[in-house]
Design a protein around this ligand. Structure first.
Ligand code: ACO
Length: 368
């Protein structure tokens, strides 16, 4: 029997144009550029404008990834959006994306594993492909976390930024692709990083607003300690599972939360910082989007090439953590060029027609 492998064949990112520097934040809360840079490595972050949402950033990153993969949106089987700042509590942001890009055959759902969500999504997609459940899958990490930040809380507002990144995964018998993954969770630490307001125990009310429960709450020191430990453990375990050593890994792409966490992980792994991708200085922590955004920039900078082995490693609220080892390939060979952006134009028309049809049916059959 032939082996099905799950290859990353397309990648794309989308970030807002609006930049918020540390000096800008220093005008809002009691902090300084020097404090933020020395404690986090972050210099600036992107902020979504009022027209941009988690779904719009996700759709743009998705189209770019489909263009790289040269894949028609109608050929997608599944769309996973990993996010902690979804368009709605429900329906899923992934369904909004499905409609916008015209992925007429795809089933779509959101995945909530905080900043580890993208790595969870890669593993799910890879398993679906390997078990013959799907051929073409879009995994997106997209966030507008700055909408959940309390801009009066200097402990959290310095950290986060908005953006989206996407991978296309496709089945192929060629060797390579996702080789191993290790995923974990520990709900006993759920209180260390959360947005409690609007959920089942604390439904939205004047009181939850007054108490600020709709904002990100974080115990920074505890998260820091947890992160440095699990990044090392998960990376070692996934490399070992693939029967490799760190010498076989050309590039490490960690979740972009804090320069000091990344440096501590590199030290723990005894791995050179020159082979670690870091771009949090320009984007801050974009949660689920940070790994795909860092990957796209690594490719653009020539730091990740076909044949290279890379480990994606993340941690986040939940608590969750995990890593995936990928042998990088690139787009599958194709015969005819497709235009995902053209399909998006048709998708808009189809979506309007579908709504109109529901209205007419409601008018004919009545709404009761
Ligand atoms: N400017 C100036 N001073 C500040 C600021 C600020 N922006 N923020 C905190 N401080 C103060 C604190 O009040 C504290 O003062 P105190 O000692 O008088 O109480 C002092 O600085 C030191 O605070 P610490 O919390 O010890 O600072 P630390 O060095 O740990 O850095 C930080 C804080 C940057 C938040 C760090 O703990 C961190 O990065 N933790 C991990 C957070 C993280 O990665 N979260 C995202 C997880 S991913 C996800 O799922 C979304």
């Amino acid at each position: 029997m032939s082996t099905r492998n799950a290859h990353i064949t397309g990648w794309g990112m989308a970030v807002p144009d609006q930049v918020l520097t540390n000096d800008d934040i220093a005008k809002m809360v009691d902090t300084t550029d020097e404090w933020i840079v020395s404690r986090t490595g972050i210099h600036e972050r992107r902020i979504a404008n009022s027209d941009q949402t988690t779904a719009s950033l996700a759709s743009e990153a998705a189209l770019r990834a489909l263009e790289v993969a040269n894949l028609h949106p109608g050929d997608l089987d599944m769309i996973i959006v990993a996010t902690s700042s979804p368009e709605y509590i429900f329906p899923a942001t992934a369904c909004v994306v499905q409609d916008r890009i015209g992925a007429v055959k795809a089933y779509a759902f959101d995945l909530l594993a905080a900043c580890t969500g993208f790595v969870y999504g890669i593993n799910l997609a890879s398993q679906a492909i390997k078990s013959n459940g799907a051929n073409n899958i879009l995994v997106i990490g997209s966030e507008t976390l700055t909408r959940l930040v309390n801009w009066k809380d200097r402990n959290t507002c310095i950290l986060f930024g908005d953006g989206a990144g996407a991978f296309v995964l496709q089945a192929s018998e060629e060797p390579g692709g996702v080789l191993s993954a290790v995923l974990r969770s520990d709900g006993s630490g759920a209180n260390l990083l959360s947005v409690p307001g609007g959920g089942s125990p604390h439904p939205a009310s004047m009181q939850t607003l007054y108490d600020g429960l709709h904002y990100i709450q974080m115990n920074g020191r505890e998260v820091f300690r947890f992160a440095t430990r699990v990044m090392v453990e998960a990376t070692f375990e996934t490399v070992e599972t693939a029967q490799m050593t760190m010498d076989d890994i050309q590039l490490l792409i960690p979740h972009q939360a804090n320069q000091r966490i990344i440096e501590a992980a590199a030290r723990g792994l005894n791995y050179p910082m020159e082979q670690v991708m870091v771009n949090l200085d320009r984007y801050g922590n974009t949660s689920t989007a940070s790994i795909p955004i860092a990957t796209v920039e690594a490719i653009e900078q020539g730091r990740l090439k076909p044949g290279d082995n890379t480990v994606l490693v993340a941690f986040g609220g939940g608590l969750t953590w995990g890593a995936a080892l990928i042998q990088w390939t690139g787009p599958l060979p194709f015969q005819k060029k497709v235009s995902p952006r053209l399909v998006r134009g048709y998708a808009r028309g189809r979506s309007i027609l579908a709504r109109l049809r529901r209205r007419i049916e409601g008018f004919i059959w009545g709404n009761g």
